[in-house]
Design a protein around this ligand. Structure first.
Ligand code: PHE
Length: 336
């Protein structure tokens, strides 16, 4: 039994065959077990010897079996390693790099320009109370100016902010009584019919400076410097009278049209006016300063609000604002 079993074991190259072998010799009905079971029927003098020999054979077979299993496992590992070896000289698959969203890119550009002028970023909330989004900005309930911002209401007193201006109050309350120089970038929401010109979500960057002796000239200087840095030295800019309930006086700022160079004739981008509006601004209204905790007889300030998507649209002549949130790679890949 021993010689035969060991010979067979040597020829086996497969783990399933090995298992069959184990059952055949060492299993409960295996050859060796039969011999051992038969010991009881032998004449008493023969029993110790046969018992001794079969135990030896059993140990030998078990050890040989374990050894063979090890050898086969090693072999299998070696073949897998050989077959699945990596050929590092093969050409690789092209790796496609992700890009920053155009809005993220313009936000970073805007932030770094203002950072150089000493403005830090202040984060304000997207879900606002009616109080901060409207009332503390001089827009009481039923004020006709509410029509300027079509509003998503969470409930009667809570809204999705329609502009970043409520952050002015939050920043004032946080910084009081220190002077302030911050920008507040973030998402805004308006209950708009979505068209190529209107989205219900968009980004704004609010700016706020509060201190002693801040004048309209400071506002003009900051915005002019900003526009020069963003659009280049050769563009013209104009300040136009406007109205916002939370600034007095208020202005809107236009750049000469990128498409027709301010010529106007036949231009669809600026509707033949030669000008494109890029932001609203003004001197912080005394009551708004008061609402933020600053005494308007001592302090003054300016504020502005711009739409980065709008600026990107103007800069690249994009004809559909919906492209910004439709995740179309053909659009996004153009901004590397
Ligand atoms: N919040 C105004 C808007 O969304 C813009 C603005 C900001 C105007 C700050 C003046 C001062 O239209």
């Amino acid at each position: 039994v021993r010689t035969q079993a060991l010979d067979e074991l040597d020829t086996m190259s497969d783990l399933t065959d090995l298992d069959a072998w184990r059952i055949q010799y060492l299993g409960r009905r295996g050859a060796l077990t039969q011999v051992m079971r038969g010991i009881g029927q032998l004449p008493p003098q023969q029993r110790p010897e046969v018992g001794q020999v079969s135990n030896d054979v059993k140990t030998t077979l078990e050890t040989a079996f374990d050894h063979r299993v090890d050898v086969l496992k090693q072999q299998r590992l070696a073949t897998t390693l050989a077959q699945e070896r990596l050929d590092v000289t093969l050409p690789g698959f092209p790796v496609s790099l992700g890009r920053l969203h155009p809005t993220t890119q313009i936000l970073r550009e805007i932030t770094s320009i203002f950072a150089e002028m000493g403005f830090q970023v202040y984060d304000s909330r997207e879900v606002e109370s009616d109080l901060y989004n409207f009332e503390l900005l001089n827009i009481p309930p039923y004020h006709p100016a509410r029509d300027m911002w079509d509003t998503f209401y969470i409930n009667e007193r809570v809204v999705l902010r329609t502009h970043t201006s409520p952050g002015q109050i939050r920043a004032m309350q946080a910084f009081h009584p220190d002077p302030i120089r911050v920008i507040l970038p973030g998402m805004c929401y308006r209950y708009e019919q979505v068209t190529s010109r209107h989205e219900m979500m968009f980004t704004q960057v609010e700016g706020l400076a509060v201190g002693e002796n801040i004048t309209m000239a400071d506002l003009k200087g900051v915005l002019e410097n900003f526009a020069r840095r963003l659009f280049g030295d050769n563009r013209r800019m104009r300040f136009r009278c406007s109205h916002f309930p939370f600034t007095e006086p208020s202005v809107e700022v236009d750049m000469d049209c990128f498409l027709c160079n301010g010529e106007g004739t036949g231009c669809s981008m600026c509707k033949e006016s030669g000008w494109l509006e890029i932001l609203g601004a003004g001197m912080v209204h005394p009551q708004v300063l008061r609402n933020g905790g600053y005494d308007p007889t001592v302090y003054s300030g300016f504020a502005f609000g711009m739409g980065p998507e709008r600026i990107t649209i103007l800069k690249y002549g994009i004809d559909d604002i919906r492209l910004f949130f439709s995740n179309d790679l053909r659009f996004l890949e153009q901004f590397s």
